[in-house]
Design a protein around this ligand. Structure first.
Ligand SMILES: [Zn+2]
Length: 391
């Protein structure tokens, strides 16, 4: 059974549903007042939404005159959503409700020598199991998956991914046979994390912001007018390969002096190894050193933040966002000085006046959770926004 709305009153229903979702508790007369719809229309719509189990009556509210109103709330537990995060060496999955809160979490590691086909076969089995579990909790609303790379969301295809070493892989067809008749959404990892930020943290405040992830690679997701900005071929926000210095170090993309060649974790690690004359064997060790108070390490971090600030200044000058959200290693080090230092560099390199009212903050989720909730919000966005009406 497909759980979406498919008729002409869909727009009104979605408007009312979103209003209920955002207000926690709201009465029918308040809904009529806020939407401009007539009380009979509101009665009809709330009845339909209740029949679909998407809203519930939650008690009586206060009233100074007349009858106390019956309050309505969004029924977050009425559906389940699956979010998947596929990487070269593992797949993670979650089952969420509609809030979306993570209800269950699953992980599977892959041998790094596996072929794309073998990885997809294992992922299909992994998903089959999660679907079974999700349907025990509540009817499944849809499945969202995120991957690091360029994703053709219309075809459901991974166009190219440097971290996976994959190109032209039809992800949608691979999973199609195990997914029941519900929407399957796919997107680039950083794009989806940005969408998750919009839904989970600040939906009412921000419609134009950028999420920047700085890890082994650098990726970004742009939310423009409340929606992911994908670009003409889903390639938008590849800021890791914007040129900072055309005479700079060779980048794996073939160009020179890309932002990534100055501030990825790989570069931080090799700079620290050279400067301190040591060998760093694990990620844990790298984090420990990055968090130490060593003066030389601090200087290396500041230099990386200087460059990252230039990358961010370019985004500010080009896109004029309300906010920049930072994830990855600067967040993992996580102290205010890092954010302040980064912001000073961004301000210094952006056009005067442009950055005055822009806020910068860390993503509040840990690295593993962000992509998974992002994947789930791909499904939620489709279900609960006007975009869904047009499709
Ligand atoms: Zn590059």
């Amino acid at each position: 059974m497909r759980l979406g709305f498919n008729d002409m009153s869909r727009y009104n229903r979605i408007t009312v549903l979103n209003l209920i979702r955002r207000n926690e508790n709201i009465s029918r007369s308040e809904l009529a007042e806020k939407t401009g719809l007539t009380p009979p229309s509101i009665s009809r719509i709330t009845k339909e939404l209740m029949e679909r189990d998407l809203i519930i009556e939650s008690g009586v509210g206060e009233s100074h005159v007349g009858r106390k109103p019956i309050m309505i709330e969004f029924n977050e537990s009425s559906r389940s959503i699956i979010g998947l995060d596929l990487r070269p060496d593992h797949i993670n999955g979650v089952i969420t409700d509609l809030s979306p809160t993570i209800l269950k979490r699953y992980e599977k590691e892959f041998d790094i020598n596996l072929t794309p086909n073998e990885i997809l076969n294992l992922s299909r089995k992994f998903l089959t199991n999660i679907i079974e579990e999700a349907e025990k909790i509540a009817p499944l609303l849809g499945v969202g998956i995120v991957l690091p790379g360029v994703v053709d969301i219309a075809k459901g295809e991974l166009t190219y991914s440097a971290p996976m070493g994959w190109s032209k892989i039809d992800i949608k067809s691979n999973f199609k046979e195990v997914i029941p008749d519900v929407p399957f959404k796919i997107d680039n990892l950083a794009h989806a994390v940005a969408l998750g930020e919009k839904w989970l943290k600040s939906e009412r405040e921000r419609e134009n912001f950028i999420y920047v992830y700085v890890g082994k690679g650098i990726g970004a997701g742009i939310i423009a007018n409340g929606q992911i900005y994908h670009g003409s071929e889903y390639n938008a926000a590849e800021i890791g390969h914007s040129t900072i210095n055309f005479n700079g170090p060779q980048c794996n993309c073939g160009n020179r002096g890309c932002l990534e060649t100055y501030c990825s974790t790989k570069v931080l690690q090799s700079n620290i190894e050279n400067e301190l004359d040591i060998k760093i064997d694990s990620e844990e060790e790298l984090w420990k050193i990055l968090n130490s108070n060593d003066k030389k390490v601090k200087k290396i971090i500041e230099e990386a933040l200087d460059y990252l600030g230039i990358g961010i200044a370019n985004l500010i000058n080009t896109l004029n966002p309300e906010k920049i959200i930072i994830g990855g290693w600067p967040q993992k080090i996580g102290y205010d000085q890092v954010l302040n230092y980064l912001w000073e560099s961004a301000q210094e390199h952006s056009m005067e006046g442009l950055s005055d009212n822009i806020e910068v903050e860390f993503s509040y989720r840990d690295e593993d959770v962000g992509p998974l909730l992002g994947a789930a919000t791909l499904v939620l966005e489709d279900f609960l926004t006007e975009t869904a009406i047009k499709s």
